[in-house]
Design a binder for this molecule. Structure first.
Ligand code: UDX
Length: 426
């Protein structure tokens, strides 16, 4: 069993650390945020991720949390880099946190390998290699080991992924990372560093493109009288296509897709290539929110002074994450059109900046919809299937529902007297 230092106590770092500890390794987690480390040392988990708190508690003997890089690196044989790479003002991935981790490694005497999980532009590993060589760490192996975990199922995605990707030119590092995954039920794909870096960006871009493609088909469905839900189901039954990420709606958000699509776009643009398909996928995604507001405006005959309930705020159900949530764009557009916004979400943090600071938050969807002129379903929380829609209808000023996730049954809602508008549904 190995001694590992994980840098970064965010979604990826904590899940990686907890899972490596579960596999029997001793893991020290380092983060620069006082509050985060304080909570972790007090036995609290600062993020919502199913199964993570149990895994951390169950492996408490093998997990430590610290603000000190030196402490985390003491005796470490492997360093996992799991820091975030947010966009710079130019839209490229900001690697400053990655570089500051690399800058702390000099004194780590037992270090054998640096493994990067953070999503980075293709070519980053080669640059890290040069910096390691120039800092007297030529004997330390380098491996790219991108993660493909989705929030809400991150622990399962680590323990039972579709594949483990290891990108390295160093045999010892490849052996080490492969060995760390003993106990993980998945094929290990070994390749060069640049290819491994590209796998992550290409996988995300493919998933985003599928969603945007179905959103474009949804527009054509609306224009021709077809139902995108039926279309997507039958298209997805083709084994060459598969059923996942064909869900039409108000589009993708979250901590990865928006940032990674932008970073890939800039990576392409910086090398002089115009990534047409990726650009189109991004544009379709942005349009979905604006189309939703326009449709609502048409149905209501204007939004000025209208009271609109936004149902669901997080970027997807099962998480408390508001990063790049499509609902935020909807709320901002509604306010810009002069609407009054009420909202509901079971997990979104209590205190949120604008546009949410201007919205009135309610404890239940029913309360958020009372006296509303319309509701927009923005996140497919299963709780919304349990709403007593018939009773709610009588409390609304006008029973108009824009189902931005195609969650509810159009015929059933119309039978209850709602003006139901979905995405790509007749
Ligand atoms: C994603 C990738 O799935 C994961 O592999 C990567 O490591 C990080 O980015 P995540 O951001 O957690 O994970 O969410 P995911 O479940 O993939 O959903 C992303 C967004 O796409 C959400 O806003 C979701 O609502 C939207 N989506 C997803 C659709 O609009 N339609 C779909 O069919 C599927």
């Amino acid at each position: 069993m190995r001694k590992i230092a994980v840098f970064g106590a965010g979604y990826i770092g904590l899940v990686t650390a907890a899972c490596l500890a579960e596999l029997g390794h001793t893991v020290a987690v380092r983060d620069i945020q006082d509050e985060r480390i304080r909570l972790l040392n007090a036995g609290q988990v600062p993020i919502h991720e199913p199964g993570l708190a149990e895994l951390i508690a169950g492996n408490a003997g093998r997990l430590t949390f610290t603000l000190s890089a030196e402490e985390a690196l003491a005796g470490a044989e492997v360093v996992y880099v799991c820091v975030d790479t947010p966009p710079t003002a130019a839209g490229d991935a900001d690697l400053s946190r990655v570089w500051s981790v690399i800058g702390t490694l000099k004194g780590a005497g037992r270090l054998k390998a640096v493994v990067v999980k953070s999503t980075v532009p293709v070519g980053t590993g080669a640059r890290v290699r040069t910096v390691l060589d120039d800092s007297g760490l030529a004997h330390v192996g380098y491996a790219a080991n991108p993660e493909f975990t989705a929030e809400g199922r991150a622990v399962a995605d680590f323990m039972r992924p579709d594949r483990v990707v290891v990108g390295s030119s160093d045999e010892a590092a490849i052996r080490l990372v492969t060995e760390l995954h003993a106990g993980v039920d998945a094929p290990v794909e070994v390749m060069d560093v640049a290819s491994a870096e590209m796998v992550k960006l290409a996988s995300n871009a493919m998933l985003m493109t599928r969603i945007s493609f179905m959103n474009e088909i949804a527009v054509l469905c609306e224009l021709t009288g077809a139902d995108v839900e039926r279309v997507a189901k039958a298209v997805g039954l083709d084994h060459r296509i598969g059923p996942h990420f064909l869900g039409a709606g108000i589009g993708w958000g979250g901590s990865c897709f928006p940032k990674d699509s932008e970073a890939l776009k800039q990576l392409a643009s910086n090398t002089g290539h115009h990534p047409q398909l990726l650009n189109a996928a991004i544009e379709v995604n942005n349009l979905q929110k604006r189309r939703a507001i326009q449709k609502l405006k048409d149905v209501l005959g204007g939004l000025d002074g209208a009271r609109i309930a936004v149902l669901g705020m997080t970027f997807k159900p099962g998480t408390d994450d508001m990063r790049e949530a499509p609902s935020t764009v909807l709320a901002a557009r509604l306010l810009a059109e002069g609407a009054k916004v009420t909202c509901w979400d079971p997990l979104a943090p209590e205190s949120l900046p604008e546009p949410w600071a201007s919205a009135v938050r309610h404890a239940t969807p029913e309360q958020a919809m009372a006296e509303a002129d319309a509701a927009i379903l923005a996140t497919a929380w299963p709780e919304l299937l349990q709403v007593p829609w018939e009773a709610v209808r009588d409390t609304m000023a006008r029973p108009v529902l824009y189902d931005g996730r195609n969650l509810l049954d159009p015929a059933g809602m119309r039978a209850l007297g709602y003006t139901y508008v979905g995405v790509g549904r007749p």
